[in-house]
Design a protein around this ligand. Structure first.
Ligand code: FAD
Length: 473
């Protein structure tokens, strides 16, 4: 195997594998170093996203949503199916098949594009060289024209709740429960905690989310966060804000959690506890001391807006660098870097990256929140349209939530969109496209939207920016 490549990528998650394929498509010789191996010693491609993140969580969210619909809403449609039962091992098996299909797909794409996979732990040395240590401890040096670090992130740990992989788990363990826990505690009411809490809550677990912050989803638009909180409460998710976990004790297969609130100290016993308090960059053991690559104060690899590190010919993309920890953000950084190495003037519009919480209803956003615009002193207009006024949402018995569009008061240019409601992720993407084209709210308002669609709620919210929504009084 050649030990010299135009590009060596470290990590095969969505940032690394997409960057590797793009670079190969641009005519470069590419190797991708990946340390993840399965029990048979095969290289596991796809990173967090495909193996223990986006894809398996969405597979379980979809299964559990179907179960909840069969239990809670089929009768409304006049469909009688009796009392649905959940076969958890079968559900996990389906999830695993999807993961295998997709990770196998990456192996196929690598082969098709001529990307060489090197199994082992990559370490960046001075002079854009990568040292790879395989599972037997053998080392080799791979020379690169340019290095792209895409080592990703891992779950954060907190001392009061040490993960034991059985009663106290992280997000990976929460994708593997073999039975529905009767009482499930979740530390952290962020994106991952809400998604995983929803999965098991829909299947019948009594879910309690303990969130240290006083505000629910503080990164979201406040109006949308409040509406989302209301909807989740109605669904029975017990979200306790200002609840700081101070200790846990595992006894006889259950876990007692101690937490403090403004009112005092409390205790709760759960069958399982998920620790989902955020993720941290996997930047340890990755850089030789003379690599020239630096870290910021939170351990992220320091990069500029083009993902170049401080070392010549070394780039870093995805969760290991600043910005939202999202698969699509990492993938587009991978593409940008590959194109820049190939001499193209690529750049990424960081103002237009959508983010989604895949609960039901979904919560999705792009651009600025109302509170950010206020803080920035921007003069803005807001248009809001509730799904309760959407014929299609009513037909689907899915009327919770709203679409909110924010536009510049002078130019009418769209500055943000925030949606909680059915298909919020796909609806937000429509506004992402509009924003990328520099659209005004009026541009959206003047477009023809099919009837009856959920998209009409986007149309109406755009009309509402100037007070002209048709279907609200
Ligand atoms: P990763 O996917 O973490 O991949 C990094 C890879 O690098 C890994 O395979 C790792 O083994 C390898 N590696 C690390 N160090 C080395 C080394 N030294 N040498 C060789 N290889 C190395 N994001 C979304 O956009 N949408 C979602 O719906 C979503 N859902 C999620 C659900 C869960 C439960 C979790 C945990 C995450 C979710 N995310 C989601 C986040 C998403 O998974 C990450 O943003 C994404 O995987 C980051 O991609 P990455 O390529 O930067 O890193």
């Amino acid at each position: 195997m050649a030990d010299k490549f135009d590009i060596v990528v470290i990590g095969s998650g969505p940032a690394g594998y997409v960057g590797a394929i793009k670079a190969a498509q641009l005519g470069m010789t590419v190797a991708c170093v990946e340390l993840w191996a399965d029990e048979k010693g095969g290289t596991v491609l796809g990173g967090t996203c495909l193996n223990v993140g986006c894809i398996p969580s969405k597979a379980l969210l979809d299964s559990s949503q179907k179960f909840a619909e069969a239990r809670d809403s089929f009768a409304l449609h006049g469909i009688g199916v009796g009392k649905p039962k959940i076969d958890v091992p079968a559900m996990l098996d389906r999830k695993q098949k999807i993961v295998s299909q997709l990770t196998g797909g990456i192996a196929g794409l690598f082969k098709h594009n001529g990307v060489t996979v090197i199994q082992g732990r990559g370490k960046v040395l001075a002079g854009a060289k990568v040292e790879v240590t395989d599972k037997d401890g053998n080392r080799r040096i791979v020379e690169a024209g340019d290095v792209i670090i895409a080592a990703g992130s891992e779950p954060m740990r907190i001392p009061p709740a040490p993960v034991d992989g059985d009663t106290i788990v992280d997000s990976t363990g929460a994708l593997e429960f073999t039975a529905v826990p009767k009482r499930l505690g979740v530390i952290g009411a962020g994106v991952i905690g809400l998604e995983l809490g929803s999965v098991w809550g829909r299947l019948g677990a009594e879910v309690v989310l303990l969130e240290a912050l006083d505000d629910f989803l503080p990164m979201m638009d406040t109006q949308i966060a409040k509406e989302t909180h209301k909807i989740f409460k109605k669904q029975g998710l017990d979200i306790r804000l200002g609840a700081r976990v101070t200790g846990t004790e595992v006894k006889k297969g259950k876990v007692e959690v101690t937490y403090d609130t403004a009112e005092g100290t409390h205790r709760e016993t759960f069958d399982k506890l998920i620790v989902s308090v955020g993720r941290r960059p996997r930047s340890e053991e990755l850089l030789a001391s003379d690599s020239g690559v630096t870290l910021d104060e939170r351990g992220f690899i320091y990069v500029n807006e083009f993902c170049a590190t401080e070392a010549p010919h070394v780039y870093a993309v995805g969760d290991v660098v600043r910005g939202p920890m999202l698969a699509h953000k990492g993938s587009e950084e991978g593409v940008m870097v590959a194109e820049r190495i190939a001499g193209k003037p690529a750049q990424l519009n960081y103002d237009c990256i959508p983010s989604v919480i895949y609960t039901h209803p979904e919560v999705a956003a792009v651009g600025k929140t109302e509170q950010q615009l206020k803080a920035d002193g921007v003069d803005y207009k807001a248009g809001v349209f509730p799904f309760a006024a959407s014929g299609r949402a009513l037909a689907a018995n899915d009327t919770d939530g709203m679409v909110k569009i924010l536009a510049d008061a002078q130019t009418d240019r769209i500055l943000g969109a925030h949606i909680v409601g059915p298909s919020a992720a796909d609806l937000t993407q429509q506004v992402v496209i509009a924003m990328e084209f520099g659209s005004s709210a009026e541009d959206l308002a003047l477009m023809v939207f099919g009837h009856p669609t959920l998209s009409e709620a986007v149309h109406e919210a755009a009309l509402a920016v100037d007070g002209h929504a048709i279907h609200i009084a």
